[in-house]
Design a binder for this molecule. Sequence first.
Ligand code: HEM
Length: 400
Amino acid sequence: MTDVAVSSLPPVVYDPFDYSLHDDPYPTYRRLRDEAPVFHNEKFGFYALSRYEDCSAAVRDFKTFSSASGTSLEDLKAQVQLLINTDPPVHSKMRHLIAGMFTPAKVAPLEDAVRTMARELLAPHLASGRIDIIADFAAKLPMAIICRLLGFPREDEDRLRHLTDTVVHRDEGVFGMPDEGMHATLALYEYFNADIAERARGARREDIIALLMDAQADGRLTHEELIGYIYILSIAGNETTTKLIGNMCYQLHSHPDQAALLRDNPALIESAVEETMRFDGPTQMMARTTTRDVTLHGVTIPANSKVALLFTSANRDERKFDRAEDYDIRRNPRDHLGFGGGLHACLGAALARLEARVAIEEILAALGDFSVDESSLERMHSPQVRGLTREILTFTPSGK
Ligand code: HEM
């Protein structure tokens, strides 16, 4: 874009509560990086960093960019202690408790279960040549796996998914969680409390909640931290992976050359997942609160300000990635910020990578050369997560 073109445009505005941004935020991100790398949203009173170098430095500097006042732009009203909303030493203590359960080696044995479930979900749709890859597949798979890890019964999965979806939804232009979100949060706490009470009465089950209850029993975790841990695992492990699978189907459809490359070179699958995380990752931004005045690019962000770190803008920063706006599945960009970075880097990244890889492998194997029915697309609306809630794939029906 030329200087003349830039100066003839109105000043760039970043408003993550505006639904129109959610359709395609990338042109706005580009302008932010070029014209206002420290953007101040006066209406809502927060700042936004959009360049890779700045976001990457901020996630690594927890003393200046704290998570303890919450990682969304709204004020923190949580009644429970969430790992994601802590700084050291509380963060180190909490993360250490179950970090070992989510290493690549620990999640690898789940592959068979993920694959079997993926096949079961796809099978009923193969004869029709159509599937809503979100509602019928991507929304179900991650919830089923996280419920399995947390020891929740299969018949509760739909209800838990509905509640966690309601928690992340935001009404257009509204700063803050709608009443339905608050009710859903309370319903989740109630469910988790009932589950813990039932476990305390019955035989020990070998799962993540049992490990966390052990930590509570010997004083390493409070009740609020225990409930908060289960809550964040249920939310983080559900919505984002669903959206990653949907976004990847969409990007493969939109880039037929890349889809053909992947079909011809199945070994590129892990790199393709990584590139989708970089190019159109579900977690668009996370917030921090400054603990002191910070001056960047000539702008001083006062102490105690909310700062949005625009991870997917950082991932398209041409100062960091060559041809940043090109979707190239051979790139294998392991240093993107799609899973964050620093202390709070996604705990479930290995699981998300496994689920997305197996999901796409099974979709390609079962559906072959699919297309997205563009008229079917419906989008979720959240200031932090980007993805589809409805996405029909069409393909040659099996047996034809
Ligand atoms: C594609 C899927 C996923 C994406 C895009 C994603 C993204 C992220 C990001 C960006 C963060 C950093 C937050 C921050 O810096 O404030 C994060 C943290 C976290 N994620 Fe994920 N995530 C995904 C899947 C999962 C899964 C499957 C789980 C659980 C099983 C999970 C659990 C967590 C937890 C517990 C944290 C907090 C870590 C901490 O504060 O130390 N995530 N995730």
